[in-house]
Design a protein around this ligand. Sequence first.
Ligand code: ZN
Length: 235
Amino acid sequence: MARFIVLSVFFLLCFGIARGGIWLWGHITGEKESVFHGARTVEPAERKPGSRLIVLDAGHGGRDQGTSAGEALEKDINLAMVKRLAEILEEAGETVIFTREDDIKVGLEERAAFANQNEADLFVSLHCNYCEDNAEVQGLECYYREDSEEGEALANQIVQAVQEEERIENRGTRTAGFRVLKKTEMPAVLVEMGYLSNSSECDKMTEDAYQELLAKKIAEGILALRPSEEEQEPE
Ligand code: ZN
């Protein structure tokens, strides 16, 4: 019995030292773990009655900066944009959760799993584009997974809303096999909001007024498909 206790204590100590070492190593290298800890989740009680649960996914983060042009980093623009978008959607009565709210790295599978676990109604991922060979290319593109009618409808609504706005260049909807689109179990879109490789679009993307306009238009597209009150299930 005494031997068992001594052994147990020994193993616990080893485990503790190992964990401490991992923590210390992470601290020294400054590496942010890709463990999921940054996002706000919503308790069922916090759900606004009749609202849809929308996951907003800011692409990249942490060491993964995404694309960039000069000072403009995709990861920062994506994060600023999900926050603007969230504000508008929440104002309109939707419930919003984020795959990341800070500058941290989150895996692609984790982003999709987060949306699936929370049984979200919609998944909207925001990114910035870059074209190596042609700096002239500019405009927003909205992607959905092939064979998803609801994803296609959502993408169409977003593009339609954006089209009404002269300042925003628009390149239409497309299908793609992006991991976050393939792994999510709800209607999902990935919006490539603009090209950082195009200097005028890049300037716009970092401008407050343009970000606000873009968020407003993307929100309009998302809200266009909100089920009307008669269609909602009675409580
Ligand atoms: Zn991206």
